[in-house]
Design a protein around this ligand. Structure first.
Ligand SMILES: [Zn+2]
Length: 109
């Protein structure tokens, strides 16, 4: 009778997908935008705000795509206001042009 060691420490990492490019990544690698009940749509840096959330990559093109299309409205089931859009655009401007990836040989086709 052999003892089989089982890997006891398997961590569950929650996966989310970007609403613009559909890339999935761990929840923490993506940026959450949330529609809060009382303060409208905002960026949820902590990932803890209550409300309906949507996730985007930390890359400007994904934000531009989401803000231009109705992807964000659909994901949040709301109409993002002009002011909220402006805030999201300003945030997008602070993001890098592309994801900082460790290896770049897996480009999406
Ligand atoms: Zn993306």
């Amino acid at each position: 009778m052999a003892h089989e060691k089982q890997p006891a420490r398997r961590r569950h990492i929650p996966q989310r997908s970007c609403i613009a490019c559909r890339r999935t990544d761990s929840k923490r690698a993506l940026i959450r935008v949330v529609r809060t009940p009382h303060q409208g749509v905002q960026i949820d840096a902590t990932g803890k705000l209550a409300g309906r959330g949507a996730y985007l990559c930390q890359a400007r093109p994904c934000w531009q795509k989401a803000l231009k299309s109705s992807a964000l409205n659909r994901a949040l089931k709301t109409a993002v206001t002009v002011d909220e859009l402006a805030a999201l655009r300003a945030f997008a401007d602070s993001l890098p042009e592309a994801l900082e990836s460790e290896d770049s040989d897996a480009l999406p086709g």
